[in-house]
Design a protein around this ligand. Sequence first.
Ligand code: HEM
Length: 128
Amino acid sequence: MSVRARPTSPHLQIYRWTITMAMSIIHRATGIANYAGMALLAIWLVAAAADQEALNLVNLVYGSWFGQLVLFGFTWSLVHHMLGGLRHWVWDFAAMMEPGQRELMAWATLAASVVITLLIWTVFVWMA
Ligand code: HEM
């Protein structure tokens, strides 16, 4: 008996990658990263409320090159996710949904997230 090739539903390997698809995935990933980042903030607050020794230890870890890298990534994640949220808010008005407009907003949020993150770190970390 011959077996007929059945149609398969699209999956990640055969989808052509688009910027809107990547931004959708990144929005969920940054949402998850924000949870982890908020735990870091909570740890810092608990240490500050506990005693000077605990605060010094957390500051030492967060101030190391690895800690700074993680905090920089957390800042970008927060900013990118917030801009992604604003993108959804714009869509709630059924605006910027046409081909071309969607891609423009996706690239704009990506670029703005990098610029805003660098601005925040320049003003509040590197120049402080
Ligand atoms: C620490 C703060 C935040 C955390 C931990 C967080 C976490 C998350 C997570 C885990 C998701 C994914 C849910 C899913 O895909 O099932 C999500 C989605 C979403 N977040 Fe956030 N979020 C935060 C801040 C924000 C902010 C500030 C905004 C708006 C400015 C925002 C707007 C949204 C929107 C609109 C979605 C839904 C996106 C969609 O329907 O695909 N979030 N968030």
